[in-house]
Design a binder for this molecule. Structure first.
Ligand SMILES: NC(=O)c1ccc[n+]([C@@H]2O[C@H](COP(=O)([O-])OP(=O)(O)OC[C@H]3O[C@@H](n4cnc5c(N)ncnc54)[C@H](OP(=O)(O)O)[C@@H]3O)[C@@H](O)[C@H]2O)c1
Length: 173
């Protein structure tokens, strides 16, 4: 039953694929953070140890937080720690099923996106209208494996440093 729960990646990327710099987000996009919060609400979230450490407030409230580290002793108060992506996804799906949710989320960073992408059912990608320097990127993938099922444009404003488009891509069956 829990295999029916979709594995979703949620990311904001620049036009050159950059998602982070110095273990932080390279932009301030208030409406994208709202989108992230609303989309992942109540669902398990899986993230790498570095992304966990980058969170201004952790654990992310109202969600089961799962952290991946190769150090099985790593302490992440308020989160479950796993050393394998497979075990993390399996546990996330079980938690989602118990909570009556139909999605689990991989929330980065680039190492964890790369590990999870082959198994992803759905991608929530915020395409940020800029190109910038960074040290973390979203992995390249074949977009023809997916069909775009939603697209919403958001303008740059005082709250959003750059314009962006929120896209949902569902894997073709
Ligand atoms: N724009 C966005 O949407 C977005 C979203 C999330 C993050 N980010 C950005 O991405 C950057 C962080 O990404 P990152 O790639 O440097 O780090 P990361 O993926 O967050 O974390 C990497 C760590 O995860 C653990 N890990 C990686 N692969 C693993 C595996 N297969 N099994 C078990 N553990 C594994 C390792 O932890 P140990 O070293 O403890 O073994 C590794 O050092 C930051 O700049 C952050 O702001 C951006």
């Amino acid at each position: 039953m829990s295999a029916e729960i979709k594995l979703c990646l949620i990311v904001a990327r620049a036009q050159n694929g950059v998602i982070g710099k110095d273990n932080d987000l390279p932009w301030r996009l208030s409406d994208d953070l709202k989108h992230f919060k609303a989309t992942t609400k109540g669902c398990p979230v899986i993230m790498g140890r570095k992304t966990w450490e980058s969170l201004p407030r952790r654990p992310l409230p109202g969600r089961d937080n799962i952290v991946l580290s190769r150090d099985g002793q790593y302490a992440a108060p308020g989160a479950r720690v796993f050393t394998s992506i497979d075990a993390a996804i399996e546990t996330a799906r079980a938690l989602a099923a118990a909570a009556g949710k139909s999605e689990v989320f991989v929330t980065g960073g680039s190492a964890i996106y790369a590990a999870a992408l082959p198994f992803a059912d759905r991608l929530y990608i915020t395409e940020v209208a800029t190109t910038l320097d960074g040290d973390a990127s979203f992995p390249a993938f074949d977009e023809t494996d997916y069909i775009e099922t939603r697209r919403e444009a958001v303008a740059a404003s005082e709250k959003n440093e750059f314009a962006f488009i929120i896209r949902t891509l569902d894997r073709r069956i």
